[in-house]
Ligand binder design. Structure first.
Ligand code: ADP
Length: 363
């Protein structure tokens, strides 16, 4: 590993030189600058691990220097050198992002203690950044692995089972049909889990922000409803929408917002009673555009409400357990809404119904 690099910014030559002497003895590479501007120039050309900044300098004070250095390189460790009387201003500089301070006059040992601690922080920061990057790369690999190695063959098996069930592979006996139907159902559950899991891992806040654009809410609701008409009809659930024509447009990533909406609506269908109703309403409230999805379904026990947005959480109630599900839908919804700078809320009454409200920014 390369020896650490430290920049010393101090207007007093004697102070710079004595720091340099102490640090060099430790095998540290040292650069000296007599003021903030010179120091910033050095850092622009050649990033350093740590910077020692004198607080009181005529040209640009240590406070301003630290602020600019941190803006230039947020990972650099900044340590402030300060006189006895200015501990208060040292605290202020720490608020600007300095890591530590060193009161003057200091002994070589005192300097080394503070510098070693700073370099250790730099090392730990680097390590945790590397680990985070490694974890993200592993997640990406995992997603690709799941998509190609698991989902594709499972989808193929599913299609073969469909072919068998349509008697294209020869007539099936009662028992065979029942067994294949059961296999298909289990496979459906597994595919749903894989798809939800992939959706969950794909949502990255930064990417959603990049794709935000002004869209009419009506378009998103219609797109979400299009995929759910069949299942609503099968359960005899009727859906009505009330979206004012003069509602402001919303700032969304249309694809992921449609997914959040269709997750909420599909729950309202799934956990509704036979012949129940769903109302989708939109309105402006407290500076947000709010979409409410109300159903006449089983409702959620109050004690369960804090848990329903957690990954894999499903109610223990038997009418809920009868429906196929992964327990990922609401955590996907919440993640999508948060990435949009919005939020999701729920009100529910057991046995009567549930209302989910999605809060989203206006365009
Ligand atoms: P899943 O629907 O796959 O179980 P979700 O994350 O979408 O997973 O929902 C988590 C749990 O929240 C559900 O299992 C259910 O208990 C409850 N829930 C969600 N939406 C509704 C709803 N509209 N009515 C009643 N319960 C609901």
């Amino acid at each position: 590993m390369d020896p650490p690099k430290i920049l010393v910014i101090d207007d007093e030559e004697i102070a710079r030189i004595s720091c340099e002497r102490v640090l060099k003895r430790e095998g540290i590479r040292v650069t000296l600058a007599s003021g903030g501007r010179e120091g910033l120039d050095v850092l622009m050309r050649d990033p350093h691990d740590l910077v020692l900044v004198d607080l009181k300098m005529p040209e640009m004070d240590g406070m301003e220097v630290t602020r600019r250095i941190r803006a230039l390189d947020p990972n650099i460790v900044a340590i402030i050198i300060t006189g006895y009387a200015t501990i208060e201003s040292a605290v202020a500089v720490m608020k600007e992002g300095a890591y530590d301070y060193l009161p003057k006059p200091f002994t070589p040992d005192e300097l080394l203690i503070v510098v070693r601690r700073g370099l250790e922080k730099r090392r730990l920061d680097r390590e945790s950044r590397a680990l985070r990057e490694e974890k993200e790369a592993m997640e990406r690999n995992f997603i690709t692995m799941v998509t190609h190695q698991l989902r594709s063959p499972l989808a193929a098996i599913y299609q073969y089972l469909e072919v068998l069930l349509s008697d294209l592979g020869g007539e099936l006996g009662e028992m065979q049909r029942e067994m294949i139907e059961r296999a298909r159902e289990r496979l459906e559950g597994l595919l749903e889990l894989i798809n939800d899991w992939l959706d969950m891992s794909r949502i990255r806040a930064g990417e959603i922000v990049d794709r935000l654009r002004a869209v009419a809410l009506r378009t998103c609701v219609d797109a979400a409803l299009a995929g759910l008409e069949l299942s609503a009809r099968e359960r005899g659930v009727s859906v009505s929408t009330a979206i004012p024509p003069d509602l402001p447009e919303v700032m969304v990533d249309p694809e992921s917002f449609r997914e959040a909406l269709s997750n909420v609506i599909s729950n309202a269908v799934k956990y509704n009673r036979e012949g129940g109703r769903i109302w989708i309403r939109a309105m402006e409230r407290d500076g947000w555009v709010v979409v409410e999805v109300e159903d006449t379904g089983y409702g959620i026990r109050e004690a369960e409400i804090p848990f329903i947005f957690e990954q894999f959480y499903r109610s223990k109630a038997s009418e809920i357990r009868r429906q196929q599900g992964t327990g990922l839908g609401l955590s996907i919804i919440r993640k999508i809404l948060q990435a949009h700078g919005g939020k999701v809320e729920v009100r529910s009454e057991l046995g009567k119904g549930t209302t989910f409200s999605l809060f989203i920014n206006k365009a």
